[in-house]
Design a binder for this molecule. Structure first.
Ligand SMILES: C[S@@+](CC[C@H](N)C(=O)[O-])C[C@H]1O[C@@H](n2cnc3c(N)ncnc32)[C@H](O)[C@@H]1O
Length: 337
């Protein structure tokens, strides 16, 4: 039986019906950069609205909705200050959520959400219906590189904040080489290398992503391999990591990727899937909401341990262990059968 969050029925319903207000207000606050404007000193609503040329009373009401939910402090004199939560709306904060909040409120995201009914009827992504492109990335490339930039900044800042907790949760001591499949900029590998200097870190990604990673690599600690994980994956590496990638793909594609991993992996190698694990007996409101976003955007999903088990089994793997981490992601250690 699922662990539910209970409140009094009509209030619970009203709160859920108006959650879009909070989400949109948060997104606008992020877009306007209010947490950065406030910085370390309290500022009045009047000052902020003047600086940003906003309507003072409307801004007050927006901040009020956020402050009652713990985002920003707002006092009786209408002075706004940052707190532990709004701190993460600042652009330069390590683990900043600013771009994720901007992305969730972007007009393109809302356009896709307007087509939720389509996804619920079909089980498919709503991208094509909403944006005219089967692949959301085509939309970014052709119609709006600006939205694409916010999307990739949101994804990286969100995902990179998990790297340290992930590396802390797993003992890589016995690995001589680690390849990160779809490793983007190689941030995770850099954290692994910092903690385990003996490891050879190999970044595997599509050619354009490798070119970008190389251009941004000041430490020069990584080895690079260009490729497509649907076609071929480097062989005979001790440890294969695939972080925050499988949730982008439907089951059929995941099995194809995992089969390619199975072809590459030697009998004593292992595969670490780093992804959200859906637990039916826990509320996980964030994770289960993100699952709906994955459906809408990509026709993809967040998965339970059993769902991963079934995919792995079809590709010739079994689960050896599951490691929880101090992040929303878990590590599933799989070995060849
Ligand atoms: C959601 S990002 C995850 C990035 C990174 N692992 C992280 O956790 O931040 C997906 C990554 O998979 C890469 N990718 C997508 N399709 C791929 C393919 N067919 N072969 C290799 N990499 C691919 C993308 O370029 C991107 O870097």
């Amino acid at each position: 039986m699922q662990n539910k969050v209970h409140k009094k029925p009509p209030n619970q319903m009203r709160e859920i019906m108006t959650q879009m207000v909070s989400s949109r207000c948060l997104s606008i606050a992020a877009e306007l950069g209010i947490a950065d404007i406030v910085g370390n000193e309290a500022k009045s609503i009047a000052q902020i609205s003047k600086e940003l040329q906003l309507n003072e009373n409307a801004l007050y009401r927006l901040i009020r909705v956020l402050a009652i939910q713990g985002i920003f402090e707002l006092d009786d004199n209408k002075m706004v200050s940052n707190n532990d939560v709004s701190y993460f709306l600042q652009e330069e904060t390590d683990g900043s959520q600013r771009n994720f909040a901007r992305m969730m409120g972007s007009p393109w995201m809302w356009k896709i959400f307007n087509n939720l009914e389509h996804s619920i009827s079909t089980g498919d992504s709503a991208s094509e219906k909403a944006m005219g492109y089967e692949n959301l990335f085509e939309y970014f490339k052709k119609d709006s590189p600006k939205d694409g930039k916010v999307f990739s900044q949101a994804m990286s800042s969100f995902s990179y904040s998990f790297d340290k907790p992930l590396v802390n949760a797993y003992d890589f001591s016995n690995c001589k080489s680690v390849v990160d499949l779809g490793g983007a900029e190689g941030q995770l590998l850099k954290v692994i290398k910092q903690n385990y200097p003996h490891i050879k870190p190999i970044l595997f990604d599509l050619p354009h992503a490798i070119a970008q990673a190389k251009a941004n690599d000041r430490d020069e600690v990584l080895e690079y391999v260009e490729g497509d994980f649907f076609k071929s994956i480097p062989a005979n590496i001790d440890c294969y990591v695939i972080k925050y990638v499988l949730h982008n793909w439907n089951d059929e594609d995941c099995i194809k990727i995992l089969k390619k991993c199975r072809e590459a992996i030697s009998s004593n190698g292992h595969l670490l899937i780093m992804d959200i694990l859906i637990k039916e007996d826990q509320p996980q409101i964030f994770e289960k909401s993100l699952d709906i976003v994955m459906l809408l955007l990509l026709g993809a999903k967040e998965r339970t341990k059993q769902e991963f088990e079934e995919l792995l089994e079809k590709a010739g793997f079994k689960i050896n262990n599951v490691y929880p981490t101090q992040s929303p992601l878990s590590i599933i250690e799989a070995v060849a059968v």
